[in-house]
Design a protein around this ligand. Structure first.
Ligand SMILES: Cc1cc2nc3c(=O)[nH]c(=O)nc-3n(C[C@H](O)[C@H](O)[C@H](O)COP(=O)(O)OP(=O)(O)OC[C@H]3O[C@@H](n4cnc5c(N)ncnc54)[C@H](O)[C@@H]3O)c2cc1C
Ligand code: SF4
Length: 477
């Protein structure tokens, strides 16, 4: 007879952990039994730093062993305890209110069933938990200020802020500006995939106590393959441990395995909704290199010092995508005497609209999804890339620019995976409802950026964490 739990949670990344925190704090969970199945192992920061050139430092090709794809496009994540919180950079701008209503405002994409105003409180909660550093003026409305002071702008950032006000801000970030809760202050060492001073929020430094709670059993090296279902309910979880298939029964099942594996687990479980797996997507970013005549770019205090929103929201989105700007403070110099720091590095990041040509499907191996990726630069993104030179002239030409050029090609990845189990009001438009409950399996929640109906240019993790708190609150009331 398989063991029975009140809750089985899949994965230990942001999406699962923010849900688990809310669940454990709720009075109704006092006597609950929770099983967490994690496919990987715990590699602590200490161990990762000791092995920094060894087998547990993540590189862009490693996750390829976990999925099959003929496309060049890489999907990057850390399949271990804490998920990609171990290697993320910690950039946490909120989405803009219009990101949630692209169809009704701009006539493209889909409206989200949940709106910014409904998520606002949960943004505040997620920002408090992660001790986000950020400015007092932002392009999106905030009911509560950022918990920590903003990181310092560079001299070039300050000129851009003077010109564009709240459309050019110190980047909101989970890289703490002052020591907090055992984390060090970010010193811009720019190796955030293995932060030497533990400055950025991670599941290990922020949430380890959740997994030590006596109600929680955490099992490593357990890869969930599928759900056991009966009629409209899931009755259990089928997983592989040391090559052996096992089943565990559960009242409620919560998937937080990221957008590749959430969809794959559902497809393996007989979910035949055409939306499940369809539309795997992310943003497209391209670097721009600027040199200045006599303007030194100095003084920033974190790896990415600012976000520019000048090209983000507006009527252009009915034709071409929003673009978020990141101002990089990586240790680069100009190879000309006396002009070492008369330069800037900006990344221009465009939103995408998920394409049905890109999808996660089942392969012959039940442990590996296959990713079909045919639409690398959608026509929407391409219009953004084509318009970029003109936009740079429009917004940057007041600076004393000597020269600027874009990288010859866009970055292979922005390290985000979205939109394979989209939220929708009805099941003919997506996989989960507005509270992230599966449309068919009503005791299954599917968390994370798999639920995003559109892919805004802003980094996804703050929003997916807020969504986990929101989903847990709805589930618990
Ligand atoms: C290098 C890098 C930099 C990034 N920088 C940023 C940034 O600056 N800002 C930002 O917003 N986002 C950033 N991201 C993206 C961010 O890390 C992800 O959005 C976030 O980690 C997603 O959280 P998640 O919990 O949904 O998934 P994940 O972090 O992928 O966690 C999934 C968890 O599920 C486990 N799992 C997967 N499949 C199974 C299975 N079948 N059975 C059991 N367990 C399973 C995994 O081991 C892991 O624990 C970055 C990502 C990378 C790789
Ligand atoms: S810039 Fe350096 S100190 Fe700051 S979070 Fe990244 S690695 Fe850590």
């Amino acid at each position: 007879m398989a063991d029975m739990y009140d809750l089985v949670l899949v994965g230990t990344g942001f999406s699962s952990s923010f849900f688990l925190k809310e669940y454990l704090e709720h009075p109704s969970s006092k006597n609950k039994r929770i099983l967490v199945l994690e496919r990987g192992l715990m590699h602590s920061l200490k161990k990762r730093l000791q092995n920094k050139n060894g087998e547990i430092s993540i590189d862009i090709t490693q996750p390829r062993q976990t999925y099959i794809s003929e496309a060049d496009k890489p999907w990057v994540f850390d399949p271990n305890f804490g998920g990609s919180s171990n290697c993320w950079t910690g950039c946490t701008p909120r989405f803009m209110p219009n990101d949630f209503r692209m169809q009704s405002v701009y006539g493209v994409g889909t409206d989200w069933p949940v709106q910014y105003e409904e998520l606002e409180n949960y943004y505040v909660k997620a920002e408090k938990i992660m001790d986000i550093s950020g400015p007092s003026d932002t392009p999106y409305p905030m009911s509560s200020p950022y918990p920590l002071p903003p990181s310092a702008l560079s001299t070039v950032d300050k000129l851009l802020q003077k010109e564009y006000g709240e459309l050019y801000i110190s980047q909101p970030t989970a890289r703490s500006t002052i020591p907090v809760n055992g984390r060090g202050a970010c010193c811009s060492s720019a190796v955030c995939n293995l932060c030497p001073v533990d400055a950025k929020f991670t599941i290990e430094n922020g949430f380890i106590s959740l997994y030590e709670d006596l109600r929680v059993t955490l099992q490593y090296s357990c890869q969930v393959l599928s759900l056991e279902t009966n009629g409209g309910m899931a009755t259990g979880v089928i997983y592989r441990e040391n090559g052996q298939e096992k089943t565990v029964k559960a009242e409620t099942i919560v998937l937080g395995a990221n957008a590749l594996f959430n969809a794959h687990i559902l497809l393996n479980s007989g979910d035949n909704n055409p939306w499940t797996g369809a539309g795997i997507s992310e943003q497209t970013g391209i670097f721009g290199h600027f040199t200045y005549d006599g303007l030194e770019n100095l003084g920033a205090s974190s790896i990415i010092s600012a976000n520019g929103f000048m090209m983000y929201d507006g009527n252009h989105r009915s034709e071409r995508p929003a673009c978020l700007i990141e101002s990089f403070n990586t240790p680069i110099i100009r190879n000309e005497r006396g002009k070492w720091r008369q330069l800037s590095l900006f990344k221009f990041i465009f939103e995408d609209l998920p394409s049905e040509k890109n999808k996660v499907i089942r392969s012959d191996d039940p442990a590996k999804p296959e990713v079909i990726y045919q639409d690398h630069h959608s026509p929407y993104i391409q219009k953004g890339l084509d318009s970029l030179p003109g936009l740079i002239d429009k917004y940057f030409s007041f600076l004393p620019i000597e020269n600027w050029h874009l990288d010859p090609s866009a970055q292979p990845t922005e390290y985000h995976i979205c939109s394979t189990a989209r939220m929708s009001n009805t099941k003919d438009q997506g996989t989960v409802d507005k509270h992230l409950v599966h449309h068919d399996f009503r005791n299954v929640l599917v968390l994370g950026s798999s639920s995003f109906p559109t892919v805004t240019p802003a980094n996804p993790t703050l929003t997916l964490s807020a969504l986990s708190i929101y989903a847990a609150n709805h589930y618990l009331t």
